[in-house]
Design a protein around this ligand. Structure first.
Ligand SMILES: [Zn+2]
Length: 346
């Protein structure tokens, strides 16, 4: 680990570098892992289009299929699904018979928008530890999404609009895909008893289009138009009964006013497990759904990799490392550049 990020000397590349470097191997397209300015990027082919969307148009990006090995310097490198969002990858690096795996962000829960996580056997496992505390244990996604649908139905029955805030890349599309899997009767009907009305914040439109183009089945959506002139507003009708999907930053801004005084707000995030977070951020409801592994899945994954040495990054890395050491695993937190505030990516 250097101040630029995770560095592989034998291969001459960085993994998710914090600053521009000659060769960047990128685990996924979230902003805290994929930063612009590097001369050459490698990523999993499934995530290439998303990464390209987040980079300047002239960025050189090479997409490689999952499990297909390629060589960088003296290292044999391959990507393996991480289940975090579309195209997210663990990076397997083999040098002189020794195998390292950098997990990037990952989760073990099923996610209809991406290839599921795959356990990769290794000697050294670098694991994320965003939610590495025993209090973090996720409910099954179906139960959480059913609760969200019930909240939306209740609001719609009162003639209110519902705004659910999620991270714009990954979580938003996962929610749209999960909503599409619910029985039609569990969602409120739209205008004239038509299909349920789901509107997308402008930030999420292009990213969601990438998922649709890739064939991911999601509930139908329409954009929230930015044209807020009264005539246009009349033409669009009321927002009553609609579900609006927006980034957390949109709540508390004038953007929200168009949905009427009675609009209800919720945040869908792993952080919602801590009730104070919801209160502090002023949401009416919270739904605990995360694209990261919870505490039981972190421990299970570390065990299943068979790694004899474990390095932890992000969040509560010190806690996880201490716990693993008590179980007899050689584990330590990875010291590196300060972890970015990951609250929007959870
Ligand atoms: Zn991420």
């Amino acid at each position: 680990m250097t101040e630029r990020g995770l560095w592989c000397p034998a291969g001459g590349f960085h993994i998710d570098p914090a600053v521009p470097v000659p060769v960047a191997v990128v685990t996924h397209a979230h902003a805290d892992h994929a930063r612009p300015g590097s001369a050459l990027y490698y990523c999993a082919e499934e995530g290439r289009t998303l990464l390209a969307r987040r980079m300047p148009p002239d960025a050189r990006i090479v997409g490689v299929d999952y499990a297909a090995p390629f060589h960088l310097g003296g290292a044999r490198v391959s990507f393996h699904p991480a289940g975090h969002l579309r195209g997210s990858a663990q990076v397997r690096v083999e040098v002189g018979g020794s195998v390292w795996v950098a997990s990037g962000d990952y989760k073990r829960q099923p996610d209809p928008t991406c290839t599921p996580f795959e356990v990769v056997h290794c000697d050294v496992f670098i694991t994320e530890s965003t939610f590495a505390l025993p209090i973090y244990a996720w409910d099954p996604t179906e139960r959480v999404v059913a609760a969200l649908a019930a909240w939306w139905r209740d609001n719609a029955a009162r003639g209110q609009a519902s705004i659910v805030c999620t991270y714009a890349l990954g979580k938003a599309q996962r929610l749209l895909a999960e909503l599409a899997r619910l029985a039609p009767g569990s969602l409120p009907a739209g205008e004239d008893a038509g299909p349920p009305r789901v509107l997308l914040h402008g930030l999420m439109e292009p990213l969601t289009r990438v998922y649709r183009d890739a064939g991911v089945a999601m509930i139908d959506t329409a954009p929230v138009l930015d044209d807020d002139r009264p005539r246009a507003r009349r033409a669009r009708g009321s927002f009553a009964g609609a579900l609006i999907v927006a980034p957390p930053s949109a709540v508390g801004t004038p953007w929200v006013r168009r949905f009427g005084a009675g609009v209800r707000t919720a945040f869908a995030s792993g952080w919602m497990l801590v009730r104070g977070v919801r209160r502090r951020r002023g949401f009416d409801a919270g739904f605990v759904i995360s694209d990261h592994a919870d505490w039981p899945d972190l421990l299970r994954t570390v065990r299943e990799t068979g790694a004899t040495r474990v390095l932890t990054t992000h969040g509560s890395g010190a806690t996880l490392a201490r716990f693993l050491r008590e179980q007899g695993v050689d584990a330590s937190p990875l010291q590196g550049p300060p972890a970015p505030a990951g609250e929007d990516d959870a």
